[in-house]
Design a protein around this ligand. Structure first.
Ligand code: SF4
Length: 372
């Protein structure tokens, strides 16, 4: 149904809501659209929009960033990574480089890229020099990495993979018994690749209304209307409000490439811990291009204990939707995009950065949680 944002808002406002409703989104792109379009302020006061685990940079394990930094600092190689990763802070003494950006300033050959194709091009420019592609991201970022590997890469290109699946984090929240939301807006871009079926467990197993949304205010409002109406009618299903892109089964080619090059494994999420079956690992067929198999190891088990969020940073609670960004005591008081303390203020998909960029400049008390 093609309605304007105003028409969707009118429909939402006309719904007789029984009480407060908490709707979680799990996509940085959704959160950015919600914030920049001012949807929180436009919705009825009873509707709370909660940013959830939708930022891959924010949950990338600290030890993976540390490993990438050490490779770049200690080996004769070029390290490439998506731009957002370069400023993610790690927990080391102030006298040492604390991010890939600082490691680059210290002399390491680290370059930001925007696509796997750039990694291939950089590797081809100097076939004698190893190039490590630090590939951190959710399904939509990992699928192009799989495509790159499937199509063949230069011998000197190695992948340091830190890929994650989105739905297991939502499953973990729901199975915790303290999910903190009544309805879910599922990520349209992930469903485009992996298929809407992945999100079926939300209504079927947990009796939580869910709707897949695209990135326009209209699509997001359509999804919000769907879940609010489901709650009002005491029904529960997965609604696809992004039919332009999301088809049953997702993108079969992308899924085939993922299956051919990677398998699913238990994986660590920064500040959260191990989430079962939530990560990608390279298959043996890709061993020749697996940085962890072919290059010196800088994996440091001790970092798995110390390498959480920086002191005082509440990113883990922000990612889990337990607090809003402006409820972190460092928000705007030591942490801002120019001087980020935690990863949620670094990435364009991080809720703290999105809220700051959207003009939210005041801290509020943790006890005050209400609509943002
Ligand atoms: S405001 Fe900064 S320190 Fe606080 S949760 Fe966000 S990124 Fe972390």
């Amino acid at each position: 149904m093609s309605l304007s944002a105003r028409q969707w808002l009118d429909r939402i406002r006309a719904l007789p809501l029984d009480g407060p409703v908490r709707i979680m989104n799990v996509c940085g792109g959704h959160e950015r659209s919600i914030t920049s379009a001012g949807l929180r302020g436009a919705l009825p006061a009873a509707v709370e929009l909660i940013p959830g685990p939708g930022c891959p940079v924010c949950i990338c394990p600290e030890e993976d960033v540390f490993e990438a930094m050490q490779l770049a600092l200690n080996e004769e190689l070029t390290l490439v990574a998506f731009g957002d990763m370069l400023r993610v802070p790690v927990n080391v003494p102030r006298s040492e480089p604390r991010s890939l950006e600082q490691a680059k300033a210290a002399g390491a050959d680290i370059r930001p890229i925007a696509s796997p194709g750039e990694a291939v091009a950089i590797a081809r420019q100097d076939p004698e020099r190893p190039v490590v592609f630090f590939a951190a991201g959710f399904e939509t970022t990992t699928a192009p990495v799989a495509a790159m590997l499937r199509q063949g890469v230069p011998d000197n290109l190695f992948v340091l993979l830190s890929g994650r699946l989105t739905w297991p984090a939502v499953a973990m929240l729901l199975e915790s018994g303290a999910a903190g939301f009544d309805a879910l807006i599922a990520p349209g871009h992930v469903a485009t690749v992996m298929g809407p079926e992945e999100w079926q467990f939300v209504p079927e197993r947990h009796r939580i209304p869910a709707a897949i949304a695209g990135f326009t205010p209209e699509s997001l409002l359509a999804a919000m209307y769907s879940v609010l109406r489901q709650l009002q009618e005491r029904s529960c299903f997965l609604d696809n409000c992004y039919t332009q892109a999301v088809r049953a089964g997702g993108n079969p080619t992308a899924r085939r490439w993922l299956d051919a090059t990677m398998h699913v494994a238990d994986a660590k999420w920064r500040g959260i811990g191990i989430i079962p079956a939530s990560g990608y690992a390279l298959r043996d067929a890709c061993r020749a291009h697996d940085a962890r198999a072919q290059l010196p190891s800088y994996a440091d088990d001790s970092r798995k204990r110390v390498g959480e969020m920086p002191a005082g940073c509440d990113c883990a609670r922000v990612v889990l939707g337990q607090i809003y960004p402006d409820q972190c005591r460092l928000y705007g008081a030591g942490c801002n995009p120019r001087s980020p303390v935690g990863p949620c203020m670094v990435s364009d998909e991080g809720a703290c950065r999105i809220w700051w960029s959207g003009g939210v400049r005041q801290r509020r008390d943790v006890a005050e949680r209400s609509t943002g």
